[in-house]
Design a protein around this ligand. Structure first.
Ligand code: GLN
Length: 535
């Protein structure tokens, strides 16, 4: 039977509940338990796919094409598992299911209500996740902060669920903030007490508290919190800000979080295998080299918009004992070749990540041009491949004003165009080419070299494609198509073989990189950049 851990947040949002959930997941897996993680987001959007990255940060794409919250990225990276649509539940998707059922008459004339119908649907998602993934332990993280109106149905559903599964089969972990007042040199516990009181007023007594703090929490402060909040002293866990998010599992483990969780859930406390994770942290903390990587995008004010790209670069850095310094380039600010040179002359590698819409495109094309002409290792991701194709068409194949029809419907050379099956699609939610597709790799290419395989699977999220009508012109001009769909109709990876590393892909490799298993394309980029720097 699956046991459940419910993680809620108190005092403020952006506490890093996702990292706590992911870290606990890692620790339980290291004890030999099978773990799955589910994120409940209280907003009304059916999924985050239609939200601006400024609102929400990155949209993480799962193997099955689910467009999900970026916390699923943390879960996949920490736990080294693949999740799917059932692992991300939003209020919007819950209401949609209930309203659709009502329209089909499935409630047989009943008044459809928050309790029991909405809460019932939320509970059934929990049950479904445990049936599908069959974990020993399901960690369910509730987005938002305790006290939000929006998250109330989720909290009520958890209260009911906990009563139904009974004690020792579920536990509640409340993650809160201890603000530090530098003037008096004090950590304040009052907001935590209030937050726990609110949670209790909803019928949930947390079994554990995780305290987010800038400075270490003393034993007496922990004991005081335990007393006020009716939590075991051993279950008051400190989670201080750390240099790397990957240090969090070991930091929590040192305080006995895993043993305490297992005790609360009446599960056996087996020995932990954390040797490899400790090796990873050792590598992270002792880099031998340093590289500066430019990321040229349009959502650069919010780093969360590119979180998987950033993590993937770091993973490749870990593998190569290299600290990665990021240089964010707002592509809109690059208007000329001189601008590109001024911003990029000191970087070791360049990434143009995914994106939508025309804003900043001409700047990205200047960035690609700089990378290609100056042999700076380049990795293009989705839009970054489309930009590479457009730049190559314009400046090498001399197809004047070549463009994607996303940015210029009347371009004389539609080198990137809408996919045929996308032309008649009306809505915007979950209608792109989404999820995992196979890709055939051509021999004697960089892609073949780094993947070490002829057939790979990668995750997609786009509407537009390389226009195969331009395949001959562009390949004659020197572009290599190194990855295609198995029927060879769609170009999935392009390369410019004159450069040491100029590789761009239509898919999003950043969704499959893991801290201990960096993605081959990111590893290729970093290895080449390092070799160039050291030569
Ligand atoms: N806007 C482009 C498309 O829809 C690229 C999408 C992306 O980078 N994720 O095809």
């Amino acid at each position: 039977m699956t046991k459940y851990i419910f993680i809620t947040g108190g005092v403020v949002s952006s506490l890093g509940k996702g990292i706590v959930a992911a870290s606990l997941g890692r620790l339980l897996v290291s004890r030999g338990y099978k773990v799955s993680v589910q994120k409940f987001d209280p907003y009304i959007n059916v999924d985050p796919g239609t939200m601006s990255p400024f609102q929400h940060g990155e949209v993480f794409v799962c193997e099955d094409g689910a467009e999900t919250d970026l916390d699923l990225g943390h879960y996949e990276r920490f736990i080294d598992t693949n999740l799917s649509q059932i692992n991300n539940v939003t209020s919007g998707s819950v209401y949609q299911t209930v309203i659709n059922k009502e329209r089909r008459g499935e409630y047989l004339g009943a008044t459809v209500q928050m309790i029991p119908h909405i809460t019932g649907e939320i509970k059934s998602r929990l049950t479904l996740a445990s049936k599908r993934n069959n974990p020993d332990i399901l960690i369910a993280e509730i987005g938002g902060t305790i006290g939000d109106i929006e998250s109330l149905p989720f909290i009520e559903a958890i209260r009911q669920f906990r009563a139904e599964v009974g004690p020792q089969n579920s536990m509640s972990i409340h993650v809160t903030l201890l603000p530090y007042l530098p003037t008096s040199g004090e950590l304040k516990t009052k907001p935590t007490q209030h937050s726990v009181n609110v949670l209790r007023s909803y019928g949930i007594q947390p079994e554990m508290l995780v305290l987010r703090t800038q400075v270490p929490v003393s034993k007496s402060e922990k004991d005081k919190i335990a007393l006020f909040c009716s939590v075991n002293k051993e279950s008051v866990i400190e989670c201080k800000d750390l240099k790397s998010i990957y240090e969090v599992p070991l930091y929590l483990e040192k305080q006995g979080i895993t043993s305490q969780v297992l005790k609360t859930l009446n599960l056996e406390d087996k020995p932990a295998d954390l040797v490899q994770w400790a090796d990873l942290i050792n590598k992270i903390n002792n880099p031998k080299h340093e590289l500066t990587v430019a990321i040229a995008g349009k959502y650069t004010e919010l780093n969360d918009a590119y979180i998987s790209v950033v993590e993937s670069l770091k993973h490749a850095g870990f593998q190569n004992d290299t600290k990665i310094n990021l240089k964010w380039i707002a592509s809109e600010e690059i208007l000329t070749d001189e601008d590109a040179k001024a911003h990029l002359c000191d970087v070791d590698a360049i990434v143009v990540p995914g994106g939508f819409g025309v804003r900043g495109i001409e700047g990205k094309l200047k960035v690609v041009k700089y990378a290609r002409e100056n042999n700076v290792p380049y990795l293009g991701l989705c839009l970054g491949m489309q930009c590479a194709v457009i730049e190559f068409a314009r400046n090498v194949a001399h197809l004047e004003d070549a463009n994607s029809t996303e940015f210029d419907k009347n371009t004389p050379h539609k080198v990137v165009d809408l996919m045929e099956e996308q032309k008649n699609i009306a809505g915007y939610g979950a209608t792109m080419r989404l999820g995992s597709y196979p890709c055939k790799i051509a021999p004697n290419t960089k892609a073949r070299e780094v993947y070490g395989s002829d057939l790979i699977l990668e995750r997609h999220r786009h509407r537009f494609e390389f226009n195969s009508e331009y395949k001959d012109i562009l390949t004659k001009a020197g572009l290599v198509i190194s990855g295609t769909s198995p029927d060879e109709l769609l170009a999935e990876i392009v390369e410019y073989p004159k450069n040491d590393w100029f590789v761009a892909c239509q898919f999003h490799p950043e969704f499959k990189s893991r801290p201990q298993k960096p993605h081959p394309l990111f590893d290729g980029l970093i290895k080449t950049a390092l070799k160039k720097k050291l030569s």
